[in-house]
Design a protein around this ligand. Sequence first.
Ligand SMILES: [Zn+2]
Ligand SMILES: [Zn+2]
Length: 363
Amino acid sequence: MPYLVREHLFIGNIGDAAEVLQNESNEITHILSVLSSESISFFKEWRSGISIPSKEIRKVYVRDMESEDILVNGSKSSLSPDKLLYSLEYAGKDLKFVRMAVPLRDMESEDLLDYLDVCLDFIENSRKEGSVLVHCFAGVSRSAAIITAYLMRSEQLSQEDAIESLRESCESVCPNDGFLEQLKMFEQMGFKVDRASPIYKRFRLKILGDSYNRGEKIDGSKFGADPTLPAEKISHDVETSPEKEAPPTRTYRCKKCRRLVALQENVLDHVPGEGETCFEWHKRRSGNPFNRSDENECSSIFVEPLRWMTTAVEEGALEGKLLCVHCEARLGYFNWSGIQCSCGSWITPAFQLHKSRVDISTI
Ligand SMILES: [Zn+2]
Ligand SMILES: [Zn+2]
């Protein structure tokens, strides 16, 4: 039996979903399936003899959602563009249920964040029209992670409070550690998936590092756009209101030829001195690690991988020099397994620019 979480919102396992889809339900009208395959035939594979009719409404791929995002702020999802984001169909007895299916495995390394927006919107809309059952295989990790995010967003709860509240309805919920980490990021980003935020960029880089470690070819299309000045960016906007002026931003240029190599938004800040070799004396000396005045301690900045780096990076090397694409001056170094900053912090993977090789200015 599905558990009631909130009015018009249930959580359950695959058995609950099969039961609802094959029979009538007094209450449930919408189903969100989070299984390793989006196909309705997953039910048949799970238990032979089960056959659930379905009729496709639409399939939506990552590129469909991403294109607008790239236009507006150049930000990308961690998922590859041709990956299925979700499928929507009529399903079950008399095709009377609306089922959204999201392909997601219950693994710590799985990218949950990039599915949250569509899932939470589906839950929100379904509750207005009827009642929704969110289910995965066991009803423990994936469905719980999504409902946790939903409670966080709709009730402005911290990750911990949302899970605690969900446990009151269903004791067995337990999202995997990777999902918990991502839900924490979701909280830090203000209950949304902000692809322009440094938190998301670091997450995307970590996923890229994981796929490098699995021996996959690193596709340059996953890299951040070549930096352009904000002024150039704004000119693409048709409706630019004069009062909506861009805040001052820092730019990084090759010291030798002045080619623009990074913008502030490309920089992945780290807390100076944090990491494996963070000694107590160091912490005392530098005082509050969040204090911006400590910034001078780091002799490098670390950035997200950017398009101009691809020739060096795309060949698949573990590490190498980062040369200015214009004058070939050496600007820094990259290493997929990490580089230690002069402050002691380990950055993994690392795309490092030496401060001494770039001109930093604020515009
Ligand atoms: Zn540092
Ligand atoms: Zn240069």
